[in-house]
Design a protein around this ligand. Structure first.
Ligand SMILES: Nc1ncnc2c1ncn2[C@@H]1O[C@H](COP(=O)(O)OP(=O)(O)O)[C@@H](O)[C@H]1O
Ligand SMILES: [Mg+2]
Length: 319
């Protein structure tokens, strides 16, 4: 099994539940496991009844399980501060002001959270010293588009280098007016930063294609089926294939001799869900690797064992 395993899907379908159950099972089998959560609601804390932070923290009662929670808001701050620091001491004060303004704006950009999170994922994959890293959420849509960045940046950097002399000169003039440009080699640190970035996304693309498995969590309803189709397609657009679908929150069937109003309702509900499940099984390439019934209460403690046992997802340590 690959070292990196992602569980994706829309909010509320059961990503945290399923990835926690999977990480739990990996750890119980003796695989040194890190569970990475990005949920601002800190739901891994509820599952394991323990608080976590940005640093991998051992989970009580386990020998081989650690959890880290990445706060998306903080990730954006760090991401933007990093850019600011790197550029700040390379450019003239006029440009620093402009950078500040752009950074303020970037905070409100819809893709900022996704991009910053993706950067953190890349860091985690780079620094990984666990046998398995389980991500509670997979890159989708906007984030995946970043994987095309290397190709895009590649050509751009080359063109930039060619034009370096003149463009740098113009850039400085634009910022400080017609006074003597202070630094004509300005292009170098920025180009270096772009090269770093390009290399980072190349690494991400390669790692995701070669060392990662993607699973999508779905519920047996129309909206979720549609959403799952979109996710499978957007991953396929980046040459990333989905290893399996986890169908969560199936309604349990009442006993045949029960015929009260509640039992009739459940039976009808089960019927509807069977149709959705049949669609997930027949019209998708990735196989359904688990069907998990809705439990009476939230999935934690002993229930984790039960849910984990229903996942037909390999746990063996990577070679
Ligand atoms: N099979 C299930 N049975 C009972 N409760 C469930 C089940 N799956 C998820 N839940 C509960 O539903 C809520 C949302 O699940 P969660 O895993 O946090 O979703 P996500 O991470 O996709 O937003 C949580 O309270 C969780 O305990
Ligand atoms: Mg969650």
């Amino acid at each position: 099994m690959d070292p990196f395993v992602f569980f994706g899907g829309k909010g509320g379908v059961g990503k945290t539940t399923v990835s926690s159950a999977y990480a739990h099972r990996c750890a119980r089998e003796g695989v040194d496991t890190l569970l990475v959560s990005t949920d601002p609601a800190h739901s891994t804390a509820d599952v394991f009844d323990q608080s976590f932070s940005d640093d991998p923290t051992p989970v009580d009662g386990y020998d081989a399980l650690e959890v880290m929670e990445i706060d998306p808001e903080e990730a954006v701050d760090e991401h933007l501060l990093g850019i600011k620091r790197q550029l700040g001491d390379q450019v003239s004060p006029a440009i620093v002001n402009e950078i500040d303004r752009q950074i303020e704006l970037a905070h409100q950009t819809p893709g900022a959270h996704e991009a910053a999170l993706f950067d953190r994922f890349i860091d985690v994959m780079r620094d990984a010293d666990h046998d398995r890293v389980v991500f509670d959420t997979s890159p989708t849509g906007g984030t995946l588009r970043l994987l095309s960045l290397p190709e895009y940046l590649g050509g751009w950097i080359d063109r930039l280098l060619e034009k370096r002399e003149s463009s740098v000169d113009l850039y400085e003039k634009a910022a400080i007016g017609n006074r003597e440009p202070r630094r004509t080699a300005l292009g170098d640190p920025i180009i270096a930063r772009l090269r770093d970035r390009k290399e980072n996304f190349e690494f991400a693309g390669e790692t995701l294609r070669e060392d990662a498995s993607f699973y999508l969590v779905a519920n047996p309803d129309e909206l979720s089926v549609r959403e799952t189709r979109r996710a499978v397609d957007s991953l396929a657009d980046r040459d990333l294939s989905v290893a399996g679908l986890v169908v969560n929150r199936l309604t349990p069937e009442p006993d045949p001799d029960e015929n009260g109003r509640g039992a009739r309702f459940l039976r009808d509900r089960v019927e509807t869900e069977r149709e959705r499940l049949a669609e997930l099984e027949s019209s998708f390439d990735p196989p359904v690797v688990a069907t998990i019934e809705t439990r009476v209460s939230e999935v934690k403690g002993d229930l984790l064992d039960e849910v984990a046992a229903e996942l037909d997802v390999p746990v063996d340590a990577p070679a």
